[in-house]
Design a protein around this ligand. Structure first.
Ligand code: DSN
Length: 410
């Protein structure tokens, strides 16, 4: 029996992804091989523990799969130890905190409005409720991380852990500079590279190794694998990190996802993947150039990575409304806070967008500029029906020319 309701909805969602332009910088299109691995009977297995040390029988093959994923992750990132079990980036961060901190310990994290993540100490998140977070942000004028400012806070606060990360920061992270500060104040350094993992392994962004003690990542953003988390660390932390994942914060791993992670790591070792990441950067730059030429303000004035945040305060537009209206035109972006945002998180002043998904579709700089031009056109003429129709038609043309998941049906 087929569940027709769910089948119809899945096919509608596949069509939405196929027929629209995804500019949400944390979303991507995984390969069919990655997707296939996720839909296998591996999902039926329980395998609490680690390869060779499981609590349930029947794990001989799962052990081989997880060992392969671990070896590939270590090789790909040049890491001494890898744990491929975290269900998500948030879970990976939770495990790091459990391993390295006690409740109430002080942590220096990146402010959410400047580009940090919920799990880096937001008061509405477990991290902000259990640990004592203090924050660094970006310089008000340059909108860049000011390392001297970070060092000043670190010296005053003496945190046990410092987090260097980005979810909406469009510039390079100086892992080496942060490591110097962490060393000086005796703190651990966590690099959360969820967004930039693909850029890092392709050499398009400096590596967090050997500077960070622990690195967390997700496998589905620029890395373009299955939805999931990943934890990498120095050898001496391996035991406490593994214990903090299982049994500390999770039960059994998702073995189908672990297999898909192994496939994604192998894909990321290929020359095509390196070329893809290079194009991601070129496309993001081309988009930023177009926005700037159209007079649209980008936080920090541009991008060095795969994303950028448009500052809508100058246009007098509400980001939530813009996000919803662009969605009607087949363009997917997400509203985002900007540094020092005076508006609430549910309706902030910025629009975050980027190039990973359109680059997977095959768009190059010329088309990336066209896409940014469509967004800019809308931002300048939000009430013009004729222009909206033109944008809709242009989106239709682009998604047909650069097709994805063409014959994919559930
Ligand atoms: N939701 C992710 C993002 O979009 O960046 C962060 O967890």
């Amino acid at each position: 029996m087929t569940d027709e309701k769910i089948q119809r909805l899945i096919n509608q969602e596949i069509a939405r992804q196929r027929d629209g332009l995804t500019l949400i910088p944390s979303e991507n299109y995984a390969s069919l091989e990655v997707l296939r691995a996720m839909g296998t009977p591996l999902s039926n297995k329980y395998s609490e523990g680690y390869p060779g040390r499981r609590y349930y029988g029947g794990n001989e093959i799962i052990d081989e799969i997880e060992s392969l994923a671990i070896e590939r992750a270590k090789r790909l990132f040049g890491a001494e130890h890898a744990n491929v079990q975290p269900h998500s980036g948030s879970q990976a961060n939770a495990a790091v905190y459990l391993a390295l901190l006690k409740p109430g310990d002080k942590v220096l994290g990146f402010d959410l409005r400047s580009g940090g993540h919920l799990t880096h100490g937001s008061p509405v998140n477990f991290s902000g409720q259990i640990y004592s977070f203090v924050y660094y942000g970006v310089d008000v004028k340059t909108e860049l991380i000011d390392l001297a400012g970070v060092a000043k806070i670190a010296r005053k606060e003496k945190p046990r852990l410092i987090i260097v990360s980005t979810t909406s920061y469009s510039r390079r992270l100086d892992f080496e500079g942060f490591a110097k500060i962490a060393k000086e104040v005796g703190a651990y350094l966590l690099g959360d590279i969820a967004h930039i993992a693909g850029l890092v392994v392709a050499g398009e962004h400096p590596s967090p190794f050997p500077h960070c003690d622990v690195v967390t990542a997700t496998t589905h953003k620029t890395l373009r694998g299955p939805r999931g988390g990943l934890l990498l660390c120095k050898k001496e932390l391996a035991e406490i990190i593994d214990k903090a994942v299982f049994p500390g914060t999770q039960g059994g791993p998702l073995d189908n996802i672990v297999a898909a992670k192994a496939i994604c790591f192998a894909e990321a070792m290929k020359p095509e993947f390196k070329a893809y990441q290079h194009q991601v950067i070129l496309n993001a730059r081309a988009m930023a150039k177009e926005f700037i030429e159209q007079g649209i303000k980008i936080v920090s004035g541009g991008t060095d990575n795969h994303l950028m945040v448009l500052d809508l305060t100058f246009l007098g537009l509400e980001a939530r409304k813009v996000q919803n209206e662009l969605e009607e035109l087949g363009i997917y972006v997400n509203r985002n806070a900007i540094p020092g945002d005076q508006r609430p998180p549910f309706n902030p002043s910025g629009l975050r967008l980027g190039s990973p998904a359109i680059t997977t579709r095959g768009l190059k700089e010329k088309e990336a500029r066209i896409v940014a031009g469509l967004v800019a056109k809308f931002l300048k003429n939000p009430a013009d029906k004729k222009i909206k129709n033109e944008i809709k038609k242009a989106v239709s043309r682009l998604v047909k020319e650069f097709s994805i998941y063409e014959d994919f049906k559930y």
